[in-house]
Structures are given as structure tokens and as C-alpha cells.
Design a protein around this ligand. Structure first.
Ligand code: NAD
Ligand code: APR
Length: 241
């Protein structure tokens, strides 16, 4: 891996694991979300068409849960990294929570959408989501009834901002993957793309992810310890170079 002081552009990808210590459930850990609810019922367009109320209830509960959780030291460390290296950090998250923003990160690319936003399936208008989206019968933009859904990317749908993400990934100097199992594409393919572009790669995760073997370096442990230590290392090296 390149010496931290030589690093120009840093591309960070985060997954559910960075929010785990804030009390937000992950998806594929033991007891994770997909062991309790069928993703086909609540995280696919077909599931929404079949039973929109079930999907609204699933995301309403997760939205309500956000009020009870706070960013953890890992989120705050990435906000510090962004402040220390203005314009050099790209932060892409698979997470739909708002913990990066609440920790102080100014620019966050949500490739799977945001729990706190709503989307009109009829006209594409987006808005801040009220607590209970299912009670928002009519779209505020087109006025049509019954098209409101969480602004979240479901299985089978294309993630958001992929052109910008790819452009920033292949022009980075360092790719860091934090708290993701590497189970879902296209995010799971970012490390291979980075390697083929000759970019240094680092994994910070509780345990080896599905793509761990592809990383130049992998550090395993709690994000709340690994991420602040990584940020201190980057800042220290930049200041001493
Ligand atoms: P995928 O690799 O995400 O999943 C392929 C299929 O495998 C899915 O259709 C799903 O039915 C099944 N699957 C995945 N994980 C599973 C699990 N733990 N248990 C049982 N079945 C599982 O590919 P995709 O379907 O093409 O997804 C397209 C995009 O949607 C992905 O890029 C992903 O980023 C996004 N996505 C977002 C969410 C969300 O909640 N925000 C959920 C899923 C997918
Ligand atoms: N510190 C670091 N890593 C952690 C911690 C922690 N405290 N707790 C869990 N992890 C790791 C787990 O080891 C696991 O590898 O975080 C990862 C969480 O993986 P998943 O539950 O699969 O979540 P994620 O990778 O974000 O899922 C990707 O799948 O269902 C879709 O759209 C959904 O965005 C999600 C995508």
C-alpha cells in the first residue's frame, strides 16, 4: 500500500458495518435484517407492488429507529478526514441512514438511496420523507395518489450516481472499504476495479469480507477502533511529509 503521505485522492466505501456500533442492524451478520424479514418482500419492486403497506411499515420502523441512534467514532473520523483533506475524499455509502451527515460529513454519495427521502414512483419527484410515508397519499409534485415509496434502491434496481462513482473510483489513489460484506454488486466489484486501475486497496471490517483476498491490506476489528486509527495515520503522514 502507498505511504499515506503520498496519497492524493481517497475513495471510501462504507456498508452497514460502520453503523453497527451505533445500534443500526446489519443485513448479513448473525441475526441480521435478512434473517428476520424476506428481502424479496421488502427490498424489491415486486415486493412493493405486492404489498406496499408492508414495505412502508418496514422502512417506517427503520426511519423511526434513526431518531434513537447516533453517529459513532468511525463516522466522526471520516468527517475529520474530509475536513483535513478538502476536495480529496470521495465518500460513497451503501447505507440508507443519515449517520455520516449527522457526524459532519459534508459530501456523501448514497448509492442505495436515503431512508429520510421519499420518491414518487409516478413522476420521480423526491422530498424529505415524513415519519410515516404510507400516510402521504398524494405526491406533492404531481398530485397523483399512491405513488409514494422510500427513496431506496431495491434488489434488481440500478444504484444511484454510478457514473460519478466509477469516475471517482478509477481516479483515486487509495480505495478503502469499511463495514461491508462484499455480497452485493456493483459495490462488491469496486475493489477489483480499483486493483485493475493500479489503485492501493485497504479493507477495514469486523471479519474478512467475500472480497478480502483482493485487498492489498485488510485490517479486521471494530470500525469504531479501526477507522479513527486509519484517519490518524493518514493525517499524521500528511503532516510529516
Ligand atoms: P444482488 O447481488 O444485490 O442480489 C441478487 C439477488 O440475490 C437479489 O435479487 C436477491 O433476491 C438475492 N439476494 C441477495 N442477497 C440475498 C440474501 N441475503 N438472501 C436471499 N437472497 C438474496 O443483485 P441485484 O438484485 O441486481 O441488486 C441490484 C442492486 O440493488 C444492487 O446493486 C444493490 O446495490 C441494490 N440493493 C439495494 C438494497 C437496499 O436495501 N438499499 C437492497 C438490495 C439491493
Ligand atoms: N465494525 C466493522 N465491521 C462490522 C461491524 C463493526 N462493528 N459490524 C459488522 N461489520 C461487518 C460485518 O462483518 C459484515 O462484513 O459489516 C459487514 C456488514 O455486511 P452486510 O450486513 O452484508 O451489509 P452491507 O455489506 O452493507 O450490505 C450491502 O446489501 O441488502 C443490501 O442494500 C443493502 O446496502 C446493503 C447491501
Amino acid at each position: 500500500m502507498k505511504r499515506a503521505g503520498d496519497i492524493g485522492a481517497i475513495f471510501v466505501l462504507t456498508g452497514a458495518g460502520i453503523s453497527a456500533e451505533s445500534g443500526v442492524e446489519t443485513f448479513r451478520d448473525v441475526g441480521g435484517i435478512w434473517s428476520k424479514v424476506r428481502l424479496e418482500d421488502v427490498a424489491t419492486p415486486e415486493g412493493f407492488a405486492r404489498d406496499p403497506q408492508k414495505v412502508h411499515a418496514f422502512y417506517n420502523a427503520r426511519r423511526a429507529g434513526l431518531a434513537a441512534v447516533d453517529p459513532n467514532p468511525a463516522h466522526r473520523a471520516l468527517a475529520r478526514l474530509e475536513a483535513e483533506f478538502p476536495g480529496q475524499l470521495t465518500l460513497v455509502t451503501q447505507n440508507i441512514d443519515d449517520l455520516h451527515e449527522r457526524a459532519g460529513s459534508k459530501t456523501v454519495i448514497h448509492m442505495h438511496g436515503e431512508l429520510v427521502r421519499s420518491l414518487c414512483a409516478r413522476c420521480g419527484a423526491r422530498a424529505d420523507a415524513p415519519g410515516d410515508l404510507s400516510t402521504t397519499l398524494a405526491c406533492g409534485a404531481c398530485g397523483k395518489v399512491g405513488g409514494m415509496r422510500p427513496d431506496v434502491v431495491w434488489f434488481g434496481e440500478m444504484p444511484y450516481h454510478m457514473d460519478e462513482i466509477t469516475e471517482r473510483l478509477i481516479s483515486a489513489d487509495l480505495f478503502v472499504s469499511i463495514g461491508t460484506s462484499g455480497a452485493v454488486y456493483p459495490a462488491a466489484g469496486f475493489v477489483a476495479e480499483a486493483r485493475s486501475a493500479g489503485i492501493s486497496t485497504l479493507e477495514l471490517n469486523l471479519e474478512p469480507s467475500e472480497g478480502s483476498f483482493l485487498f492489498d491490506e485488510a485490517r479486521h476489528g471494530l470500525a469504531s477502533a479501526l477507522v479513527p486509527a486509519f484517519v490518524d495515520e493518514m493525517i499524521g503522514a500528511a503532516r510529516s511529509s
